[in-house]
Design a protein around this ligand. Structure first.
Ligand SMILES: Nc1ncnc2c1ncn2[C@@H]1O[C@H](COP(=O)(O)OP(=O)(O)OP(=O)(O)O)[C@@H](O)[C@H]1O
Ligand SMILES: [Mg+2]
Length: 363
């Protein structure tokens, strides 16, 4: 397979920027996800890679070749859509071979590729069925087979699972990922579902209003979000402003925020003394007794919801009515309205972007 590179791609519709200086790349066999809220420009980017939209500026390279001026049929990309878009009047085999037939590939070459791809997607006994006789997951596999059979350099997925029910979505998600890994398909996958992005991707490009907020592997995006948007969009986060000063030990910082004072270990120094910070609701632990210097804080419990494997809890910090969300493995033996002590590990707090204009917001 092959590599894809986008370099400073900008696309406007009138005055509106759907993509602004987008630069990223997918290595050979890499699974890259474009993740972001509705309207952030994901489909527009896919269409530019596929050749269905022309960028206003910037370059797209596939295997080191600039494809800006190539029409879709010359780009050797394949699109897997939101709706499977199978032809209802054609059986599985004819659906899969549709593109090959249009390209005028000899019939024996079509047959050979069809047999191979049916085996790859596990549908070899289903080739005579009509789309309406297949389950949603099988239809999605036919759509993937139709993309794979053209032996594309890059497969472009546009929310391929969004039409499936929740349970099927999960199993087809693993099937697509397994096929992608096995056949080393260089893939650009569009979704606004963070669970899909986290479980499937080698690399995630987080988009917001046409711009990139962060690029990185799933764990980095989750554990080291670059800014408030990423922290809030991927997973749940408690976000606050803080004054951060270096501690004596290298790599350690004193963080003063509305919740209190914390001793924090961070591989990344803050960008400014006054910055936003965040921590994940699952990082806080209920402690019966506070100990000096153990990063504890007090909350008045406002709401608790038992979810089976965890308990969601919300609490207020009385001094400045900061509302905090917690996910606790064990339901605390405490009542609503009670003042309870929690503790944060020293690596739970992450530094985000600087507070613009500053220190006034701070204690
Ligand atoms: N042909 C067009 N003409 C004008 N505006 C457009 C056109 N296509 C897209 N847009 C606008 O560009 C923005 C990005 O659209 P796009 O379809 O890329 O979003 P998306 O991230 O794929 O969203 P969703 O998750 O809802 O599919 C939207 O605000 C949309 O209204
Ligand atoms: Mg879209």
């Amino acid at each position: 397979m092959s590599t894809l590179r986008l370099e400073k791609i900008t696309k406007r519709f009138g005055d509106f920027y759907a993509a602004r200086e987008i630069t990223f790349e997918a290595q050979e066999g890499e699974f890259v996800t474009l993740l972001g809220p509705s309207g952030c420009g994901k489909t527009t980017l896919l269409k530019m890679i596929g050749g269905f939209h022309q960028p206003d500026s910037g370059h797209i390279w596939i295997n080191g070749k600039n494809v800006n001026n190539l029409p879709p049929e010359k780009r050797n990309t394949a699109m897997c859509f939101q709706s499977y878009a199978l032809f209802p009047h054609l059986n599985v085999a004819h659906n899969i071979c549709f593109g090959l037939k249009q390209k005028g590939l000899p019939i024996n070459e079509q047959q050979g590729r069809l047999t191979q791809v049916l085996n790859q997607v596990g549908l070899k006994d289903q080739h005579l069925k009509m789309p309406a006789q297949l389950s949603g997951g099988q239809q999605q596999r036919v759509a993937l087979a139709r993309a794979m059979v053209t032996r594309p350099d890059v497969v472009l997925f546009d929310e391929p699972l969004s039409n499936l029910d929740a349970k099927l979505r999960e199993s087809v998600r693993f099937e697509i990922k397994e096929l992608q890994r096995q056949y080393q398909l260089t893939s650009i996958y569009v979704t606004h579902d963070q669970a899909e992005a986290l479980t499937m991707s080698d690399k995630i490009v987080v988009l917001n209003a046409g711009s990139i907020e962060q690029i990185g592997p799933p764990e980095e995006i989750y554990y080291r979000p670059a800014n408030r948007f990423v922290a809030d969009f991927i997973g749940a986060a408690n976000i606050d402003t803080a004054r951060i000063t270096p501690a004596q030990q290298p790599g350690y910082y004193c963080v003063r925020c509305k919740l209190g004072e914390f001793y924090v270990r961070s591989p990344r120094p803050p960008q400014a003394e006054h910055s936003y910070i965040c921590w994940r609701p699952e990082d806080a632990r209920f402690v019966p007794q506070p100990r000096k210097g153990d990063n504890h804080f007090f909350l008045t419990l406002r709401k608790m919801a038992f979810m089976g494997n965890l308990t969601e809890a919300w609490g207020d910090n009385d001094e400045n009515s900061l509302s905090v969300r917690l996910q606790l493995i064990k339901k605390p033996q405490a009542e609503i309205g009670e003042r309870v002590c929690f503790q944060l590990p020293e690596d739970a707090i992450h530094f985000l972007e600087p507070v613009v204009g500053g220190s006034n917001e701070m204690a």
